[in-house]
Design a protein around this ligand. Structure first.
Ligand SMILES: NC(=O)c1ccc[n+]([C@@H]2O[C@H](COP(=O)([O-])OP(=O)(O)OC[C@H]3O[C@@H](n4cnc5c(N)ncnc54)[C@H](OP(=O)(O)O)[C@@H]3O)[C@@H](O)[C@H]2O)c1
Length: 287
């Protein structure tokens, strides 16, 4: 496949570049200065130059708290940028892959969300991402929207990286235990996306690891897998003054995706252990 990736500098975009460098695919992955998805001309130039079979959007405005004050900036990328990409994909008649978020839900269901559940975002980031999905569907029906949650991989813009930096500077950490979702590994997202494309899947799916956990459980598991010794205590979300409200329970079920792809997805705890091993291996090479 000839693949054009938008947002190639982010954690998921970088993983696409790494994993698709296998000779089987031709990947074009311009950086944001040459491929600003909010700029229609920039999008058209890149699509015409690459002549892709599929357009994959990893670009997003992901600053959940900052989006409360910068709603229009978030919309520019997460809604209008997505519309630009979808419209170009339609023009050249190719599939468009886009990533959504569990933050389109309000967290009140109390059980894992399925694709038919009605979104009701409670913060501006979630609203901008939902608007992106809606605009996308108006432009093209040749799409794959994969909603993700708690994405982690190599890079600094994720909870696990922050956790390690906090653990280096403190003997004890307090981590929220009433925010629950599913940690999802970039490697798995890339592999599952390519499998879904090969199978010709189209439409909206929830793509997460198996099970779910609180941030507290995630922190304990990851730090123990990394053999980092630090005392971790649970704490409630209301002890922090976040600018954006967050859904309490936003775990999504991957049952529809797993059924269509033909195999179950690994449990989040296995994914965290696999990621910890990758980090340790990499650090051993560097040192
Ligand atoms: N991270 C999570 O926990 C999470 C959870 C649920 C869903 N998702 C979704 O998963 C997808 C991938 O997220 P990620 O974690 O890889 O995000 P990320 O690391 O923040 O990467 C997003 C990339 O998009 C770039 N970008 C921002 N505005 C752009 C523009 N106008 N044109 C082109 N590129 C632009 C960013 O560049 P700058 O850094 O220079 O701004 C960044 O490199 C996104 O759709 C995200 O909403 C993520």
């Amino acid at each position: 496949l000839k693949v054009l990736v938008a947002g190639a500098g982010g954690q998921l975009g970088r993983e696409f570049v790494v994993r698709l460098a296998d000779g089987e695919h031709v990947v074009t992955a311009p950086h944001e200065k040459d491929f600003n998805i909010g700029d229609k001309d920039s999008v058209r130039r890149q699509v015409d130059a690459a002549g892709p079979d599929v357009l994959i959007n990893c670009a997003a405005y992901n600053l959940v708290d900052a989006a409360e004050k910068e709603f229009e900036t978030a919309r520019f990328v997460n809604a209008l940028g997505v519309r630009n990409l979808a419209s170009e994909a339609k023009r050249v008649n190719i599939a468009f892959v886009h990533y959504g978020t569990d933050y389109v839900f309000d967290g009140k269901k109390g059980a894992p969300y399925v694709e038919d559940d009605k979104p009701a975002p409670i913060n501006n980031y979630g609203k901008s991402k939902l608007e992106g999905e809606i605009l996308l569907c108006k432009e093209t029906d040749n799409y794959l929207i994969l909603r993700l949650s708690w994405v982690f991989g190599m890079g600094k813009q994720n909870f696990l990286y922050k956790l390690r930096t906090w653990a280096e500077k403190n003997d004890a950490l307090k981590i929220v235990s009433d925010e629950i979702s599913v940690p999802t590994y970039t490697e798995t997202v890339v592999d599952c996306t390519m499998e879904a494309l090969q199978k010709g899947m189209r439409g909206l799916y929830h793509l997460t690891a198996g099970g779910y956990c609180s941030r507290f459980e995630l922190a304990k598991h990851f730090l123990s897998a990394m053999k980092i010794k630090v005392d971790v205590q649970p704490i409630g979300m209301d002890n922090f003054e976040f600018q954006a409200r967050r859904p309490g329970f936003s775990a999504m079920s991957n049952a529809k995706f797993a059924e269509c792809i033909g195999h179950p997805l690994p449990h989040w705890s296995e994914e965290i252990s696999r990621f910890a091993a990758r980090c340790s291996e990499r650090e051993a090479i560097i040192s």
